[in-house]
Design a protein around this ligand. Structure first.
Ligand code: FES
Ligand code: FES
Length: 149
């Protein structure tokens, strides 16, 4: 079936299978920052933004994205570089596998939450797992990033 989808600002008409997931459609269309981790909606590694909100692309059927807008890290490169700087400064950047999904989630969080406290930040990040960092340094980096105007 054909779907019309806006990917990082460009409207595309794409043929997808009925059982195709968004992670594959995006990777097949050049968005190779989108990755699989668990493939069971548990780790958040495959997160992309659908109309600005984080979704797990490993379990989101591509046909449901018809007429919607999807953002991947390829579409927020400047902001992702800024987030990476904060993570690097705090020593929160290790294997990097979770970086794209974390950057997209923080990008959405910054636009959705105004002056979140620590509990609100943690609640927003539920489902974004990082196997390396232990989260403490990440949390410091996130706080610093959220304070940038
Ligand atoms: S790969 Fe999608 S949530 Fe883990
Ligand atoms: S830095 Fe390795 S999974 Fe997060």
């Amino acid at each position: 079936m054909k779907i019309k989808i806006k990917i990082n600002g460009t409207i595309k008409t794409i043929n997808v299978k009925a059982d195709e997931y968004l992670v594959d459609t995006l990777r097949n269309n050049g968005c190779v920052s989108v990755r699989r981790g668990c493939d069971t909606t548990s780790c958040g590694i495959c997160t992309v933004l659908l109309d600005g909100a984080p979704v797990a692309s490993c379990s989101y059927l591509s046909c449901r994205a018809d007429s919607h807008e999807v953002t991947t890290v390829e579409g927020i490169q400047e902001e992702a570089a800024l987030i990476a700087d904060f993570f690097g400064h705090e020593g929160a950047d290790q294997c990097g596998y979770c970086n794209p999904s974390m950057a997209l989630t923080l990008y959405a969080m910054k636009r959705e939450l105004k002056n979140p406290d620590d509990d609100e930040i943690r609640a927003y990040l539920v489902g974004n797992l990082c196997r390396c960092s232990g989260y403490v340094a990440q949390h410091r980096a996130i706080r610093a990033y959220l304070e940038v105007e």
